[in-house]
Design a protein around this ligand. Sequence first.
Ligand SMILES: Cc1cc2nc3c(=O)[nH]c(=O)nc-3n(C[C@H](O)[C@H](O)[C@H](O)COP(=O)(O)O)c2cc1C
Length: 244
Amino acid sequence: MNLLKKFFNSSNKSRLIRTAVKIACKEVASNLSAKPNLPSGKTAIPLTVKSQVFPLPVVICGALVDDRPNFNTLGNFGLIDPTRPNPVIYVSSFKKHYTNIGIRRNSYFSVNIPSRNIMARTDYLGVVSGHTTDKSKVMTVFFGREKSAPCLKECPLNYVCKVIHHIEVKDKDLFIGEVVESFVSSEFLTEKGIDIERIEPLLFTADGYYRVPSEPVGKAFRIFKEYSERGQKPGQTTEGTVSH
Ligand SMILES: Cc1cc2nc3c(=O)[nH]c(=O)nc-3n(C[C@H](O)[C@H](O)[C@H](O)COP(=O)(O)O)c2cc1C
């Protein structure tokens, strides 16, 4: 009680506040300098985009804004649920982007997978904004059944998505969409399915370059079996050189 009285006594109040601020600052400083107990060979690095190791897939997102198709290039795209018949994917796009206006209004968007041979136009769609420029004629627009999700003919693969969740994450709109229609350019369709290698989809890497996926190095879900059948033990040989 006495302490409370002291606190509300104006002459002491500023001293108490100063002390509280000093203690808080010390705590923050000690938290910042606290070193994690890392195993040898590990170094903590600042969380910058340069520390990114995985390439981002490059996609072109399409939406209809005021009856005009608009497209933007996105690296922040991914698969949430591959289950057929309606896989679920997401795109994350700055709220300020023009494309977002159409997605928010219509609850539909398209995801178009560009290939190496349309790299320059793909880049352009990611540099110029629909707020100032009409990007509807950069490539050839077509529609499936859903008329508010414009797709691009030049992109080998196109997915039409219906928004099932819209989440605001900081300054981004995260649109989670169920794929309701998908299209492929027939030249990339083989008896075995879609020829990924011929499509040469673009990847965006942390050094600021577009790359295409390199050679296959191992068959997923099978390589471990081959590795163990050879009697190889982890650490004895190089796992990364198992044949495929
Ligand atoms: C390779 C590349 C990747 C990009 N990835 C993203 C992304 O993941 N999210 C995003 O909000 N903007 C991304 N952008 C930037 C937008 O595409 C760009 O700001 C575009 O001009 C927005 O267009 P809009 O205003 O017409 O929608 C990327 C641009 C490029 C070139």
